[in-house]
Write a protein that binds this ligand. Structure first.
Ligand SMILES: Cc1ncc(COP(=O)(O)O)c(C=O)c1O
Length: 246
């Protein structure tokens, strides 16, 4: 029998699918790792589960506890799934830039969702970073996952996404093209692939207005060159500890 014990066991092992039409003129094979096949509909399920497991192992998340996280929605979805299976409560802090539908889905999954203004500095007390940190101090038996600084985020991709891509391409992958938000995906997958073959090129796709590209190219964190952008999930306008990973 092939039975999953719960929905969390369906995370990962997503398909790698050949892109046929839009790549017709290219002299190479282009494949898409389609991670919206995960139960929470995004790649973030992988790291959400890993962050919960590590927090449990380290005794930071205790039975009946509350998971607190700042999330544009996708990490929240993964955390909400884990919370339902494992019996935790969730409080998610998001911004008014994110789609209302995502907040509604998180609420339907039993989470409390707090919407903060997007147009404030990260250290402003109203920012979603500050509110999540404050709640973690105030809510009893709670733990702030903090995907930006949490190395379990990168580890999830080192342990799952990277090996899957390597195995699915039979080690023939030459280039990885990937967005960076927290940077967990690109750094974790890159670490694994580079261990297997240091010649593999890792290409990050950044949002216009995000500070990651300039930091990567010059080592300078130039917050004056940060502009508002509409994309959800990728790009960064402040500097998570992730930059130490890149
Ligand atoms: C759907 C989706 N893809 C990619 C990313 C960026 O991935 P990472 O945070 O691992 O850099 C995010 C981040 O929130 C996301 O929600």
């Amino acid at each position: 029998m092939d039975i999953k014990n719960n929905i969390l066991e369906t995370i990962g092992n997503t398909p790698l699918i050949r892109l046929n039409k839009i790549t017709q003129s290219l002299p190479c094979t282009v494949l898409a790792k389609v991670d919206y096949f995960n139960p929470g509909n995004s790649i973030k399920d992988r790291m959400a589960l890993k962050m919960v497991e590590v927090a449990e192992q380290e005794g930071k998340l205790k039975p009946g506890g509350t998971i607190i996280e700042g999330t544009s929605g996708n990490t929240g979805m993964g955390l909400a799934l884990a919370a339902i299976v494992k019996g935790y409560k969730c409080i998610f802090v998001t911004t008014d830039k994110q789609s209302k539908e995502k907040a509604d889905v998180l609420k339907a999954m039993g989470a409390e969702v707090i919407v903060c203004p997007n147009n404030v500095e990260p250290d402003d007390p109203q920012s979603y970073y500050s509110v999540a940190a404050r709640l973690a101090r105030e809510v009893p038996n709670s733990y702030h996952m903090n995907q930006y600084d949490n190395l379990a985020n990168r580890q999830a991709h080192y342990e799952t996404t990277g090996p899957e891509i390597w195995n699915q391409t039979d080690g023939k992958i030459t280039h990885l093209v990937c967005t960076a938000g927290t940077g967990g995906t690109i750094t974790g997958v890159a670490m694994y692939l580079k261990e297997k073959n240091p010649d593999i090129k890792i290409w990050a796709v950044d949002a216009y207005g995000s500070l990651l590209t300039k930091y990567f190219k010059t080592g300078e964190l130039d917050e004056n060159e940060v502009y508002p952008y509409f994309s959800e999930g990728f790009g960064k306008t402040s500097c998570p500890k992730i930059t130490k990973w890149m």
